[in-house]
Design a protein around this ligand. Sequence first.
Ligand SMILES: [Zn+2]
Length: 137
Amino acid sequence: MTTRPDPIMMAALRAIRSLDPKATNQEIASRAGIEKTSAKSMVRLGIRSGWLKSEGGKFNRRLTLTNAGHSKLFRAENFTKPTADEKGRAKLRACLMCRAEFESTWAGERVCKPCKFTADWKAGPNEAFAVVGGRSI
Ligand SMILES: [Zn+2]
């Protein structure tokens, strides 16, 4: 199952990747656009999760992304929420009657509004728009 990456964690990792390894939590927070306390807990969580490597002591800390951190960020950056189109929802579809493209609101809407006002449409299904073997003819 794909879950949406945590945006605060991702912002922190991205900031750390772009900054000098000696960057402070305050600098990470400013770059990531998050609170300093969030940056601090994201750093702690990142180290615990193996995404970050911290070397040096409290006053000469060097913080870098591990391979796991880089790949976590890479996957997050390539994570895209399925759009309406992919789900077969709203998109431009060709009308089954006049063949003109129209804004269909869902996969089952295949006839444009003007066509729905025509006598042909109101007359109901006929051979011209019959569906054979799942394919419209
Ligand atoms: Zn039409």
